[in-house]
Design a binder for this molecule. Structure first.
Ligand code: GP9
Ligand code: MN
Length: 624
């Protein structure tokens, strides 16, 4: 009994730390709740994150251990309060890129007072209790004359606790990665990580990701490689006499990136009814690219935005918007801004999602109208409905100083397309109640809203002086639902080649008076949008990796995994095989094909080097 009491007293500071800090983090979890919440499932990862601090403190003397635990508690409390206030404004938690980019808080600064609740100070309350506990422990241990543990015992305790906490966290992180495969590397939904793993674990991961990225950026790049990259870009960006050169000069540019708009839905019918009647109508009045692929990687929507506005490849894992938010970019909005354009991004969802509030200014957008700038009067799926979003956006666009670049990103047709009651009536026949059927309903809804939007632009006379671009961001139907898509397309199954050929998104460019309309079969992808627009708007562009779709002779599209196509052959990297697109037959690898394969890989590498070493900044300084 006496022994037990001694052990209790000896570990009292640790026990108090574990109980009080765990409780605080759990309460914080409840405070940032935006939907389902369970203390039970949050308990294990939270206690693991606390134990990781405990095990380190054990290695020190009693006095230092108390200091470490007290300081850790204090820091965690400050962090929780800061996150809580940040959450109240942004519906997100603070991250390293946000801190390193100077917060970009703007509006928040003035409202810090409004955001702060006096009750937030309760997070500090236990620190006073802890001071008493420490005092009590000190006196008691002295009176009982208990001496410090030996180093060997401390080491054993450290290793055991570390292993237990590490294992719990490993299990939890693994489970989360299975549920949301790209979440941990891309950090696209930070608040979700904090909700599932606890705020302290979230910050561990955020720091780990930032540090490992900073280390990998430090590996030096030789001057030779830099020159190689530079000369590739120069050759690739070479300008000559061109079709459509400058036809858009001083006109507005309106770009609409549509969530999960996949090409198979275009010009296709179900039960005799068109799925996208409005886009089908507008496509006829536009230059329509029907062999245009999405080239996104794990960064999803944000990769599509990055590719289309920067003409560089997204990073192989993670998201450029998070990993490279400190970089300099020569993006499309910046080039237009330099020509006197007003540049504005519109997206009716949380400003911090995909780190947009940090990255958009880096691309050169003067203004970003996010969730806070909209009246959230109708919600479908993830948030503000496309109908309301597009209606409110057109009103905002009317007030912009011309010429302007307006970049709109829609939301409603987002996976898992299960808000079917709100998409309106669209009969999908035998696909009723299936994943594919639900998608068709949701994309039919979005098509209707896009139709209204485009018609309104026309009615308002806004089309006379604008060039309108519309494209899909990425796939809608994941591979595990391929059977439904096969059925819809009257096939039994797909070969790998057929599946790749289905990864197209529609892309149309509408010119005033329906000029240059017609379908263009050139093989290309999202990386080509910026160079294509550069030619149309007569911009100075030196750092693009894509091609001008109106002037290139040869098709080309390279995917992040190393697969590529030139419109005649398709190389599938997962099989290391070449296919003839027309016949679907496998081809032998010739020297020429091997060269193409190698150059695809080096292009991806060049793009990675540019991002990793912030080379755009270097090239810009060299050019000054
Ligand atoms: C939300 C939206 C979703 O802002 O852009 O991104 P996604 O999940 O499609 O990558
Ligand atoms: Mn998307």
């Amino acid at each position: 009994m006496k022994k037990l009491k001694e052990v209790f007293l000896y570990n009292l500071d640790i026990l108090a730390f574990i109980i009080l800090v765990t409780t605080k983090i759990l309460i914080f979890g409840k405070n940032i709740e935006t939907g389902y919440f369970s203390y039970k499932s949050l308990f294990y990862p939270v206690i693991a994150s606390v134990l990781l601090i405990v095990c380190i403190s054990i290695l020190f003397t009693m006095a230092t251990r108390r200091k470490i635990l007290f300081t850790a508690n204090l820091l965690i409390s400050i962090l929780l309060i800061a996150d809580l206030n940040y959450f109240r404004y942004f519906k997100d938690v603070i991250s390293m890129p946000v801190i390193l980019n100077g917060f970009q808080l703007g509006a928040v600064k003035s409202s810090v007072g409004d955001l702060f609740n006096l009750t937030d100070l309760l997070y500090f309350l236990d620190l006073i209790v802890i001071l008493f506990i420490h005092k009590y422990q000190k006196i008691k241990l002295r009176s009982l004359n208990i001496s410090s543990l030996r180093l060997k015992t401390k080491l054993i305790a450290f290793i055991s606790i570390f292993l237990v906490a590490g294992l719990i966290n490993f299990k939890e992180i693994n489970a989360l990665s299975k549920e949301q495969p790209k979440l941990i590397t891309t950090m696209y939904n930070k608040v979700y990580i904090a909700k599932q793993l606890g705020n302290v674990n979230y910050h561990y991961l955020d720091i780990f990701n930032s540090v490992s990225n900073a280390i990998s950026k430090r590996t030096p790049v030789s001057d030779k490689t830099k020159e190689e990259v530079k000369s590739f870009l120069q050759t690739n960006s070479q300008k000559s006499t061109k079709n459509l050169k400058g036809v858009g000069e001083n006109k507005n540019l309106i770009t609409i990136q549509v969530e999960a708009l996949q090409a198979f839905a275009i010009n296709s019918k179900i039960d005799g009814k068109e799925i996208t009647p409005n886009l089908n109508r507008w496509i006829k009045r536009s230059a329509y690219f029907n062999n245009y692929f999405y080239q996104t990687s794990s960064g999803g929507t944000s990769d599509a935005e990055f590719l289309s506005n920067n003409s560089l490849y997204p990073s192989a894992s993670g998201s450029v918007t998070y990993l490279y938010s400190g970089n300099e970019f020569n993006a499309l909005p910046k080039a237009l801004k330099d020509k006197g354009y007003t540049t504005t991004a519109f997206h009716g969802f949380r400003e911090t999602f995909w780190n947009r509030n940090v990255i958009y200014p880096k691309y050169g957008f003067d203004t970003f109208y996010g969730e806070k700038s909209y009246n959230i009067d109708e919600e479908i799926g993830l948030g503000l409905s496309d109908k309301s979003f597009l209606n409110q956006s057109i009103e905002k666009m009317k007030t912009l100083k011309e010429p302007y670049y307006s970049f709109l990103v829609t939301l409603t047709s987002h996976y898992p397309f299960d808000n079917v009651d709100k998409y309106g009536d669209f009969n999908v026949g035998e696909f009723e109640g299936t994943f594919l059927g639900n998608y068709l309903k949701s994309i039919h809804y979005t098509d209707e809203q896009l139709g209204v939007f485009l018609d309104n632009l026309e009615k308002e006379g806004m089309l006379d002086n604008s060039i309108v671009v519309l494209y899909g961001d990425h796939y809608a139907i994941p591979k595990d639902h391929q059977n439904e898509l096969a059925k819809f397309l009257n096939k039994d199954s797909f070969t790998d080649l057929e599946w790749m050929e289905l990864q197209k998104v529609p892309m149309m460019i509408h010119f005033p008076k329906d000029e240059y309309k017609g379908t263009r079969k050139m093989y290309g992808g999202q990386i080509d949008l910026y160079p294509t627009l550069s030619n149309i708007f007569n911009l100075e562009t030196d750092n693009v990796m894509g091609k001008d779709l109106f002037n290139s002779k040869d098709g080309k599209v390279i995917f992040r995994n190393g697969s590529f196509s030139n419109g005649n052959i398709f190389y599938l990297s997962q099989q290391n095989s070449f296919y003839d697109i027309k016949t679907g037959k496998k081809l032998d690898e010739t020297d020429a094909l091997q060269n193409e394969k190698e150059s695809a890989v080096s292009e991806l590498e060049y793009s990675d080097i540019i991002l990793k070493h912030n080379l755009i900044k270097k090239f810009n300084t060299d050019n000054k």
